[in-house]
Design a protein around this ligand. Structure first.
Ligand SMILES: Cc1ncc(COP(=O)(O)O)c(C=O)c1O
Length: 353
C-alpha cells in the first residue's frame, strides 16, 4: 500500500514546552486509513489534522464499536526521538479489535506510517523534562446504520498531542478508594480490550472516589468483588515480604505494556515475581501483620504511581508511611531513564525514529 502525504497550507504555533497539560493540543497532521470489505484497509494518508465528518447514525456513536491505543514519543538529551515498545501497542490493538469484531491492521505497516508521521511532526516532540508526544491510534466503526451488528466499514486514525510532565508537582503517592458496588469489567466481557465502553463504565465510580477525596478507584473482580484487578486506568503491583505480586491476566484486566516491563525488569534484577489472584482481604491481612511493603500502579501516562492510602469500607490503611516506596522509585527511574535514552535499553524496547 502506498502512503499519500497531503501538505498543510498553514502550520499551528507550537506551545511552550513548560506549560503543557494533557490531551488538549494536537499537532498539524494526522494519519488516516479506511476499511471496506472489498478493499480491506485502503487509502493510507498523512494529512492535515481535521474533524471527521460523520452521519449521526454512525455506528461507533451508538454502540461503541471502537478500539484505541496510547503510547508516547520521547525526546532524548541528544535531541533524537524514540518510541517505547510501539509494536506491543499495535499488537494489543489487534487483540482488542478481535474482541470487538473489527478487522485487524498490518502492525508493521502502521508502525512504519507512525514513524513517517512522527518524522513530519518531529518539532512537536517537546524537550522539557518529563514531557512527551502522546500518540493515540484509534479505530471506529463508520457504517451509518442503527441495527446492532458489527460495522462493515471503519476508519483508523492516529493523532498526536504534546503532553506535560505527569509529575510536575513531584512524584507523590495517591489515595485510592475501593468499591464493591461498581465494577469496571467482568469475566467474559471486553475488559482486556482497550475499547471506549470500559472507560465509560469506569466514570461513575471515579466520580464517587473524587467526592470522597480519593484520586483513583481500586477495581475488584466482577464476580465476587474480592480479587483486585486494576487501579484507575493502570495495572497494580504489591510488594509483600520482598515479593512483587500483580493480579494475573484473566480476561477482564488490560494487559499493560508497562506492567509487562515492570515484571521483566524485576526478573532481571532477581526479584521474586508472582502473577496470581490477590484479594482485598489478603491485602488488609498482610498490612495488619506488617508485611505489606508497597503498592503502586503502572501505565504509560504516569509510568509508576505509588499508592499511599487505601479506603475499604470504613477501614483506611496507610502504605509505606504514605511515602514513595523503594521499588516504586527504582522502577520509575529505570523505566523513564530507558524511555528518555539516558541508560541502555535492556530488552530491545526502544524503537528510534
Ligand atoms: C484500563 C487500563 N489498564 C492499564 C493500563 C496500562 O497499560 P499500559 O502500561 O500499556 O499503558 C491502561 C493504559 O493504557 C489502561 O487504560
Amino acid at each position: 500500500m502506498k502512503l499519500t502525504i497531503i501538505e498543510a497550507d498553514q502550520l499551528k504555533t507550537k506551545p511552550d514546552d513548560s506549560k503543557l497539560g494533557f490531551g488538549t493540543l494536537f499537532t498539524d497532521y494526522m494519519f488516516n486509513m479506511d476499511y471496506n470489505p472489498e478493499d480491506g484497509w485502503y487509502n493510507p494518508r498523512i494529512e492535515p489534522y481535521a474533524s471527521i465528518d460523520m452521519d449521526p447514525a454512525t455506528m461507533v456513536l451508538h454502540y461503541g464499536q471502537g478500539v484505541f491505543e496510547g503510547l508516547k514519543a520521547y525526546r532524548t538529551e541528544k535531541g533524537a526521538i524514540q518510541l517505547f515498545r510501539p509494536r506491543d501497542n499495535f499488537k494489543r490493538m489487534n487483540n482488542s479489535s478481535r474482541l470487538l469484531c473489527i478487522p485487524e491492521i498490518d502492525e508493521d505497516f502502521v508502525l512504519d506510517c507512525l514513524k513517517k508521521l512522527l518524522n513530519i511532526e518531529k518539532d512537536w516532540v517537546p524537550s522539557a523534562s518529563g514531557t512527551s508526544l502522546y500518540i493515540r491510534p484509534t479505530i471506529i466503526a463508520t457504517d451509518p446504520f442503527l441495527g446492532v451488528r458489527a460495522s462493515h466499514t471503519y476508519r483508523f486514525f492516529i493523532i498526536l498531542s504534546p503532553v506535560g510532565a505527569y509529575y510536575a508537582e513531584g512524584f507523590n503517592p495517591v489515595k485510592i478508594w475501593v468499591t464493591r458496588k461498581h465494577v469496571r469489567a467482568v469475566r467474559g466481557g471486553v475488559g482486556e480490550a482497550k475499547t471506549p465502553g470500559n472507560y465509560a463504565a469506569s466514570l461513575y465510580a471515579g466520580e464517587q472516589a473524587h467526592k470522597h477525596g480519593y484520586t483513583q478507584v481500586l477495581w475488584l473482580d466482577g464476580n465476587e468483588q474480592e480479587y483486585i484487578e486494576e487501579v484507575g486506568a493502570m495495572n497494580i503491583f504489591f510488594v509483600i515480604n520482598g515479593e512483587l505480586i500483580t493480579p494475573m491476566l484473566n480476561g477482564s484486566i488490560l494487559p499493560g505494556i508497562t506492567r509487562d516491563s515492570v515484571i521483566a525488569l524485576a526478573k532481571m534484577w532477581g526479584i521474586k515475581v508472582a502473577e496470581r489472584k490477590i484479594g482485598i482481604s489478603e491485602v488488609l491481612d498482610v498490612h495488619a501483620s506488617g508485611k505489606l511493603e508497597e503498592i503502586f500502579g503502572s501505565g504509560t501516562a504516569a509510568v509508576i504511581s505509588p499508592v499511599g492510602e487505601i479506603k475499604v469500607g470504613d477501614t483506611v490503611i496507610t502504605i509505606s508511611d504514605g511515602k514513595v516506596g523503594t521499588l516504586a522509585n527504582r522502577f520509575y527511574n529505570e523505566l523513564t531513564n530507558i524511555q528518555y535514552g539516558k541508560i541502555k535499553d535492556p530488552a530491545q524496547w526502544i524503537e528510534p525514529i
